[in-house]
Design a protein around this ligand. Structure first.
Ligand SMILES: [Zn+2]
Length: 445
C-alpha cells in the first residue's frame, strides 16, 4: 500500500469529528473541509452542502449518458471517545500496531469510506475516469440519527438519481471473509409507567393493603415471553416472513461457529432464545421484545421500608420483514393492558421507530456485488442479514428508489463505539480492491 494512503488515513482520523457534542462543531466542519479537498484532489467535482446540522460532502465524477449510476454513502462523524481512561492510546492520535490502526472512527466509518475514496483515486489515475457515474454522499450526522439526510436526499433527488447505493458500514462475519448483508432488522420502542399510590408509602403501615407498582411491573413484564424466549404477545409473529431455505442453509454453512463466537465475545454463561432457530437465525431473522431498562423504588445503600409510588420500564422490539412498527406497538399495548395486575394504573409512551430492510442478494446488482467481493478477497462471500438497524437504507429506497448493497469491512472485534476501536490495514487495502471491483462489476449491464 502506498505511504500516502496511510498518511490520508491518519490525517482523517486526527479530526475529533464527534457529531453529538457542540464543542466539537468546528472540528466536525474541519473534517468535512478536509474531505472536500481530498475528493477535489482526486478529480471529483465536490460540494459541501450545509444542513440544519453538520454539512454533507457530495462529490461526483463527470457523468456520461448510458452508464450505470452508483451512489457510495458513508459518514465522517464519529461517536464520542468516552470513557477516555480505557483507551490504550489517545483516541484522536492514531497508532499503527501489528497491522491495526487504533483510533476513534478507525472502522466506523472513516477507514471504510476512505477505502472507497482511495479506490476511486486509483481508478481515476489508471484510467482517467470511472466505469460508472458516481456520487459520493458522506454525511456528518450518522451517529446522531441522520436527522438532516432525508431533506438533503429529497432536495437533490433529481441530481442524485442513481441505480444503486453502496455502503460499507456493516461487518464481515470473520476476518478475511467477504460479506454481503442483504437484510437488517427494524426497531420500535415504548415506555411504561406504572403508578400505585400518589406518594411513596410506609411498608409497615400500608403493606398488604395496596398494590406495589414494582411487583405489578415485574408480573407484567414477565408476561412478554414464554419460558422458551418466544414472545407471548398475541399476533406478534403473524406477519413474520419465514426464513427461506437457501438462507438457512447459507447461514448453517458459514465458516464460523456462531454460538462459540458469541459466547467468547459476550462471556455470557450460556445462550438463550427460541429453540427452533439457530443463533444466527434468532439474531438476523427473528423479531424480539427486549426490556432495556427498569426502575422504581429505593436504590440507595441499606434498606428503606417503602412501597414506591411508581415503577417504569423501557422496551424495544427488533422487527423483521414484514412486521410494521405501529402495528407491533398497538399489539404490545393491547397485551400490556390486558395483563396489567389490579390496583395500579399504567401510562404507555411510544418512542422512535426504524423500519427493517431486505433486498434480494440474487438481483442483478446483488450478483455484481457478490462477484466483486469474491474478486477483492479471493473467497466466496458470506451472505447474511444483520440484527441491527440502519434507517438510511430505507430512505435510499423511499426517496431515491434504489436498493443498497451493504458490503461491510468491519471485523467482529473492531470495537466500534468502544474504547480502542481499530481497523486492520489489510481491510483498508481490501476495501480499495473492493471499490474498484464493484464499480467495474456494476458497470456491466
Ligand atoms: Zn457508528
Amino acid at each position: 500500500m502506498r505511504d500516502t494512503y496511510l498518511d490520508d488515513y491518519l490525517s482523517f482520523l486526527r479530526f475529533p469529528s464527534v457529531s453529538t457534542d457542540d464543542q466539537f462543531k468546528g472540528k466536525v466542519n474541519d473534517c468535512a473541509q478536509w474531505l472536500v479537498k481530498k475528493l477535489e484532489g482526486i478529480g471529483l467535482e465536490t460540494k459541501l452542502v450545509p444542513t440544519a446540522g453538520h454539512p454533507v460532502v457530495w462529490a461526483r465524477n463527470k457523468h456520461q449518458p448510458g452508464r450505470r449510476s452508483v451512489m457510495i454513502y458513508g459518514h465522517y462523524d464519529v461517536q464520542p471517545p468516552d470513557p477516555l481512561e480505557l483507551w490504550e492510546s489517545p483516541p484522536f492520535e492514531p497508532v499503527l500496531k501489528d497491522g491495526y490502526v487504533f483510533a476513534r472512527g478507525a472502522t466506523d466509518n472513516k477507514g471504510q469510506i476512505l477505502s472507497h475514496i482511495l479506490g476511486v483515486q486509483e481508478a481515476m489515475e489508471q484510467n482517467g475516469d470511472l466505469p460508472v457515474n458516481l456520487h459520493f454522499v458522506i454525511e456528518g450526522e450518522e451517529e446522531i440519527g441522520s436527522g438532516n439526510l432525508p431533506k438533503f436526499l429529497s432536495d437533490n433527488r433529481e441530481a442524485l438519481k442513481c441505480d444503486v447505493a453502496v455502503v460499507s458500514d456493516t461487518g464481515m462475519v470473520a476476518r478475511g471473509v467477504p460479506t454481503l448483508s442483504y437484510g437488517l432488522r427494524g426497531v420500535t420502542a415504548l415506555e411504561i409507567k406504572i403508578t400505585g399510590a400518589k406518594m411513596d408509602l410506609h411498608s409497615g403501615v400500608f403493606g398488604g393493603a395496596v398494590a406495589n407498582p414494582i411487583t405489578a411491573l415485574a408480573r407484567l413484564l414477565a408476561t412478554l415471553h414464554d419460558e422458551n424466549g418466544h414472545v407471548a404477545i398475541e399476533g406478534f409473529y403473524d406477519k413474520v416472513k419465514p426464513l427461506e431455505d437457501w438462507e438457512r442453509k447459507a447461514w448453517r454453512e458459514l465458516p464460523i461457529d456462531g454460538d462459540k463466537a458469541i459466547l467468547d465475545e459476550t462471556r455470557a454463561p450460556g445462550l438463550f432464545g427460541e429453540s427452533a432457530y439457530s443463533t444466527f437465525e434468532r439474531i438476523w431473522g427473528r423479531p424480539t421484545a427486549e426490556i432495556n431498562g427498569i426502575g422504581g423504588g429505593y436504590q440507595g445503600m441499606g434498606t428503606k421500608t417503602v412501597i414506591a409510588s411508581h415503577a417504569m420500564a423501557k422496551l424495544t422490539f427488533r422487527l423483521v420483514p414484514n412486521q410494521e412498527g405501529d402495528e407491533i406497538l398497538a399489539l404490545a399495548e393491547r397485551h400490556l393492558k390486558k395483563h396489567l395486575p389490579p390496583g395500579v394504573t399504567m401510562e404507555i409512551t411510544r418512542g422512535h421507530s426504524g423500519p427493517w430492510y431486505l433486498t434480494d442478494p440474487h438481483s442483478d446488482v446483488g450478483q455484481a456485488a457478490q462477484r466483486a467481493l469474491r474478486e477483492a478477497f479471493g473467497k466466496d462471500p458470506a451472505m447474511i442479514r444483520e440484527g441491527g438497524s440502519i434507517p438510511i437504507v430505507s430512505q435510499f429506497r423511499d426517496i431515491l428508489g434504489v436498493e443498497t448493497l451493504l458490503m461491510g469491512l468491519a471485523l467482529p472485534d473492531c470495537r466500534a463505539h468502544s474504547p480502542n476501536e481499530n481497523f486492520p490495514l489489510e481491510n483498508l487495502e481490501g476495501g480499495i480492491r473492493l471499490n474498484k471491483a464493484v464499480l467495474a462489476e456494476l458497470a456491466k449491464k
